[in-house]
Design a binder for this molecule. Structure first.
Ligand code: HAS
Length: 552
């Protein structure tokens, strides 16, 4: 007898629409990446007046913004449909409207990058000025995510009404936490784009308050990294236990981690501005303290996942302190890819703690170290987990199988990605420590001896970086091949959407963890505390501001 689909067929179509664009962005973004890596390494020069900064902008926007956002929405819509039941036509329509608004925004912004009217990098720092259409595109992008998020929240609210008193399935609880975090955080970027960049780029005002724009950007920019991370954590907490044949160690601890992210991930943006004049030490200090608070839920996650692995191993008869490690299914790419992501997160998180420490930030800020940091956080921990999800999610949504042959290729893909990232990000970290700056094209600084010394190490040199980039590019093309196979050519089959259970002796989940009004209230209070006075200061004692610059 044919089994019912794990995700309703109409909901699957919506999720797949997001996922197709995510992988198209991976394709284009890594193409831009490899070329730009070769240019940065001084190995090739760009033809046809394409600029390094244009490629760098395309690379950053496509991978950090487009790939992540589309994959996340595809994954969350599918998981909500799986755990709360199919969407109503209204909820699905909202999902599609969100998708189209997001896509129009993406295409518009991307067109501006292609015409070299927006080579402002993915952080679009003022006083670099792009075409107004670029900012219109960004606005539509954010509005699209709000509409898509409203669809997810509407689904949740309806389920809650229909299932009064029941605890929300963990996947859906975590989705709500992620979307609420996104809503509160993206107000910052919407404010700076609408109130500062758009009027300035349209010529309605002459100058822009740079400090204010960066502050509003980083109010959004740091929680943005958790918007990328939390869906990966959803897979670690909810799907991985099932894949390894175990049970989640604690439901309450998992929910608590997500609540703590909502509270502490937003009032911390100043740790990206520690070297910036115009913000007093006290407010930087306060936000660094809160940054250290937002490390706690990741430490809780490390603890929970370790415990889940150990429980699963012991249930399968493992002995000794670490015998359970051998019981993990390392030959299953659905586990192996996220597992490598977890391993990456150990040095990556340590690097984050270094970044957040004021004195050490003075050493690494604006150097290649930071580029190394974000390639092993979002580029490895998050993306390897997303790849691991894709290996079963695409077959679920397309009614196909993840065959043994594809599993083998996926294992090779993971190893290539890991090795490529090790070389590229390792070299970036070392070069950054020596002082090599970020956001620059290839230069020998007129053959200055200090600059030459940065790059003459055995491992720490431009060529290692470029070599890592080439390996990553091969890994990326392999991933595209696997995705195309899973979506269109793999044999028809029923594939399971892995949703894990909680260990029997985990204890009951306290209801207060789902009191979103309370958590949003505390989050807003913390944000007001950390930001009100510095923002008022930036507005009341505003500098004259800056006219636009377009140095490309
Ligand atoms: Fe970061 C810059 C601080 C995490 C992304 N970060 C960036 C930028 C990006 C980024 C994109 O304080 C550059 C922005 C730009 O363009 O300018 N970051 C932190 C801190 C954390 C952190 C404190 N970052 C992330 C994550 C990202 C990300 C996650 C993406 C997803 N970051 C900074 C700072 C800067 C910065 C400054 C500014 C630098 C500057 O000066 O410009 C923390 O959240 C990290 C906490 C994580 C841990 C790790 C826990 C480990 C786990 C794995 C366990 C493993 C298991 C498996 C279970 C404490 C959970 C083991 C099993 C076995 C069997 C062995």
């Amino acid at each position: 007898m044919r089994q019912a689909a794990e995700v309703d067929i109409h909901d699957s179509k919506l999720s797949m629409a997001y996922i197709y664009i995510a992988f198209a962005a991976l394709f284009l973004g890594t193409m831009a990446g490899v070329v730009q890596g070769l240019v940065r390494g001084g190995l090739i020069e760009l033809p046809y007046s394409i600029s390094y900064y244009q490629l760098l902008t395309a690379h950053g926007v496509l991978l950090a913004l487009v790939l992540t956002t589309y994959f996340i929405y595809g994954f969350l819509h599918a998981g909500m449909s799986r755990t709360l039941g199919t969407m109503t036509p209204f909820e699905r329509r909202l999902g599609w409207i969100g998708f189209w608004v997001l896509t129009i925004g993406t295409l518009l912004s991307f067109a501006m990058i292609l015409t070299n009217d927006a080579s402002v990098l993915y952080t679009f720092y003022a006083p670099l000025q792009a075409s107004p259409l670029y900012y219109v595109g960004l606005t539509l992008f954010v509005v699209g995510t709000w509409i898509g998020g409203a669809s997810l929240l509407a689904h949740y609210i309806r389920w809650k009404k229909q299932n009064r008193g029941q605890i929300t399935p963990l996947f859906s609880f975590m989705t709500v936490g992620t979307i609420l975090l996104w809503f509160v955080a993206s107000i910052g970027v919407a404010a700076t784009v609408l109130l500062q960049f758009l009027p300035w780029s349209l010529g309605l005002v002459d100058n822009i308050n740079i400090l204010l724009s960066r502050t509003l950007f980083w109010y959004f920019g740091h929680p943005l990294v958790y918007f990328w991370l939390l869906p990966a954590y959803i897979a670690w907490y909810v799907c991985i236990p099932k894949i390894i044949g175990g049970k989640l160690f604690s439901d309450s601890l998992a929910r608590l981690a997500f609540v703590l992210f909502l509270l502490f991930s937003i009032p911390v943006g100043f740790h990206h501005q520690l070297m910036e004049a115009g913000i007093s030490e006290f407010w930087k200090y306060l936000q660094v303290v809160l940054t250290f608070a937002v490390i706690v839920p990741s430490l809780l996650t490390a603890f929970s996942i370790f415990a889940t692995f150990e429980l699963a191993g012991r249930a399968k008869g493992a002995r000794g302190a670490f015998g359970w490690v051998r019981k993990l299914p390392f030959k299953d790419a659905r586990f192996f890819a996220p597992f490598m992501g977890m391993l990456f997160f150990i040095p990556a998180g340590t690097g984050g703690i270094i970044n957040a420490s004021n004195q050490m930030n003075a050493v690494v800020h604006n150097t290649l170290w930071v580029v190394g940091h974000f390639h092993i956080t979002v580029g490895s921990t998050v993306i390897l987990t997303f790849f691991g999800i894709a290996y079963w999610l695409i077959p679920v949504l397309r009614g196909r199988a993840f065959t043994a042959r594809m599993n083998k290729l996926a294992m090779t893909q993971t190893i290539l990605w890991t090795v490529g990232m090790f070389f590229m990000s390792g070299a970036m970290h070392l070069l950054g420590l020596l002082g090599a700056p970020r956001r620059t094209a290839y230069t020998t600084y007129q053959d200055h001896a200090t600059a030459a010394a940065w790059f003459d190490g055995v491992f720490a040199n431009q060529v290692t970086m470029a070599l890592g980039g080439v390996i990553l590019f091969v890994a990326s093309m392999l991933m595209i091949y696997i995705v195309i196979n899973l979506a269109f050519f793999a044999p028809k089959a029923h594939t399971e959407f892995p949703i894990g259970e909680v260990a029997e002796d985990a204890g009951e989940t306290p209801r207060i963890l789902e009191n979103w009004k309370l958590w949003i209230g505390i989050a807003i209070a913390l944000i007001l505390f950390a930001y009100t006075i510095p923002l008022m200061d930036m507005i009341q004692n505003a500098p004259p501001g800056s006219p636009p610059f377009r140095p490309w």
